[in-house]
Design a protein around this ligand. Structure first.
Ligand code: GTP
Ligand code: MG
Length: 583
């Protein structure tokens, strides 16, 4: 999910070279993001006349192109365009841009496109038609005359690390909410945002009403996160939803992941941007057990293998078991055993019994005699206490692209994602991989606010120029041109096996970027704790074992030592690896 607000954009542009020419007509109908329809052209024509009339004395020095750029940017709002132009050429205050309601690509379409992108040929699925990026081209053609020569972007040449030090920016914490389907992740996040007053009462009342209308009243809070009609009607999260809240000490970003097994690639993408996971477990009878057989364990292993060391376990729906301490203790015991097996240290695991639906122990402490036995933290207190990994501002720039947006003429292409290491500032030239193309950062936004720079740990939106949109996709890596990540077709990695692993055909995920490939050989099983070789050339790696393996890829991926990858076979996660040698 993109950060909310900001410029309207067509999201998650997926490019399919094959679909380029012959699919144009098909997408013409669907597209609402940026191409100029007949209606657009008419609105532009009429809008230009109206703006000219309204500009009066200002009118003389302003060209049609400038008026039309303003109209495009303000979605044909004559009033806003006029104030903007007056401000630019005269002095009145500029209006704040109100984005036109975009029609995003359906989350189901997006998820399906990721899921099928690398599905084995035998899977029998017809890959979804992907959205070709003809929009930018159409736009450029249609309003070519309106194009204004842009001045080159100037860098202020800031020492960003120093600026960051001086700025006293709050602690930054990004967490991913994981766990089995329906265990209450989105509801819990909706509740957290509601009780922190990030979401107001009116919005919640509206959601409740809408949810009731379709007989899904229990999902009202989840709808704070689940925004698409598909998610709402099915009652299932599909894609990562991003939201923010601040406490006195910390700026938090929530990445709400889908629990359904079909959308694991989206969960991997969310996890690759997070500092720690909040695992949500449904404590009610049989649900916890069902989760263990389902995605609870898989999500834990993925999160751990992404390098996350702290975990908060939200033992949810405590209202359904009348706040039974016995049940909580049982869940805590079984989960501690599993989490320590997955190499989380016990001191870095926090359990909080709570109920997202009622809000007990989320922000406010539970006030029930049946829950007297619990004297520990609320979820919010536990979130405040989690240690955040060290940020590497001095290291080379690495940013994983979580979203690509096509916008308006002023900002035709923007990307959002977490900076894994290094810093960026306006005017920087960046390199996108695997396309190996450069772009210039024209503007940066964090939580919809324009800023001059961003640092490791933050999740900015970068508005880019000097690049053709075909060269950047969701999952790409952005780095500095003088310190690029290599594109590799083979690597050796330390793999933690979730399931038995044999040499076989696999899919390798680096964030959402992925390639089919094969586990070519198993070099040795190694001791999890000491790293020493246990057995050379094993025939098979058992679940839970760590081994050094060699993997070949069909397509080059930008990966380097220290990066994490997830290895899946026929839609199941079989292990996760830490890059050792790349070739
Ligand atoms: P996915 O994202 O699709 O994996 O689901 P989810 O984990 O986000 O679950 P969601 O928040 O959509 O909630 C699923 C159902 O559980 C809804 O009907 C919620 O009302 C219900 N639920 C969530 N939290 C609680 C709780 O604390 N108590 C009770 N009784 N029900 C809850
Ligand atoms: Mg959900």
């Amino acid at each position: 999910m993109p950060p909310k607000g900001g410029f309207a954009r067509t999201r998650n542009v997926d490019y399919d070279d094959d679909a380029y020419d012959d699919e144009d007509d098909y997408y013409e109908e669907e597209e609402t993001g940026g191409g100029m329809t007949e209606d657009d052209k008419e609105q532009m024509r009429v809008g230009t006349i109206r703006v000219r009339e309204a500009l009066g004395e200002f009118e003389a020095g302003i060209s049609d192109a400038q008026i039309q750029e303003a109209l495009w940017h303000y979605y044909y709002d004559v009033g806003k365009s006029v104030s903007y132009l007056k401000n630019k050429f005269g002095g009145a205050p500029a209006p704040k841009a109100t984005p036109k309601k975009e029609k995003p690509l359906s989350k189901f379409e997006q998820a399906a496109s990721i899921a099928t992108q690398n599905a084995p040929a035998t899977a029998g699925t017809t890959p979804k038609k992907k959205k070709p990026v003809t929009n930018g081209e159409k736009l450029a053609d249609s309003v070519g005359k309106l194009q204004i020569e842009e001045p080159r972007v100037k860098s202020k040449n800031l020492n960003v690390a120093n600026e960051f030090e001086k700025s006293n920016t709050k602690r930054i914490a990004n967490f991913v909410v994981v766990g089995h389907v329906d265990h209450g992740k989105s509801t819990l996040m909706g509740r957290l945002l509601y009780d922190l007053k990030v979401i107001d009462q009116r919005s919640i009342d509206k959601l409740r009403k809408e949810a009731e209308t379709i007989g899904k009243s229990s999902f009202a809070l989840a709808w704070v996160m689940d925004e698409t009609s598909e998610e709402r009607s099915r009652g299932v999260t599909v894609d990562i939803a991003t939201n923010y809240f601040d406490t006195d000490k910390t700026s938090f970003t929530i990445l709400d992941a889908p629990g359904h097994k079909d959308f694991i690639p989206n969960m991997i993408s969310g996890s690759s941007q997070a500092d720690f996971p909040v695992l949500v477990i449904d404590a009610s009878t049989n649900s916890f057990e069902a989760g263990l057989k389902g995605q609870t364990k898989e999500h834990i292993l993925i999160a751990r293998s992404m390098g996350m060391q702290h975990i908060i376990v939200a033992v949810n729906k405590m209202d359904t078991i009348l706040w039974s301490q016995t049940r909580f203790d049982e869940i805590k015991k079984r989960m501690t055993a599993f989490l320590t097996e997955a190499s989380f240290l016990e001191k870095r695991i926090t359990f909080v019994p709570l109920a997202g639906l009622t809000g007990e122990n989320v922000v406010k402490r539970v006030d029930k005699t049946a829950a007297d036995w619990y004297t520990g933290e609320t979820l919010l207190e536990a979130l405040e206490r989690v240690e955040i990994p060290q940020r590497h501002l001095q290291k080379a720039l690495r940013l994983s692209v979580a979203d690509v947006f096509k916008g308006d003429m002023r900002s035709p292409l923007s990307i959002a994602g977490r900076i894994d290491s290094g810093t960026v500032q306006v005017g920087d030239v960046i390199l996108t991989l695997p396309a190996n193309e450069t772009a210039t950062i024209k503007a940066i936004e964090i939580k919809d606010e324009p800023v001059d720079w961003a640092v490791a740990g933050q999740m900015p939106t970068l508005h880019l120029t000097d690049i053709d949109p075909v060269h950047i996709r969701k999952g790409d890596i952005v780095c500095s041109p003088n310190s690029p990540v290599k594109l590799v077709k083979a690597f050796s990695s330390k793999l933690l096996a979730f399931e038995p692993v044999l040499p076989c055909a696999v899919e390798v995920f680096r964030s959402t970027l992925s390639s089919p490939g094969e586990v070519r050989s198993l070099s040795a099983t190694i001791n999890k704790f000491t790293g020493g070789v246990v057995k050379k050339r094993p025939r098979m790696i058992k679940a839970g074992e760590v081994a050094r393996i060699v993997v070949n890829l069909d397509r080059e991926l930008p990966i380097e030592e220290g990066m994490r990858v997830v290895v899946r076979e026929r839609g199941r996660t079989i292990g996760a690896g830490l890059m050792e040698n790349v070739a």
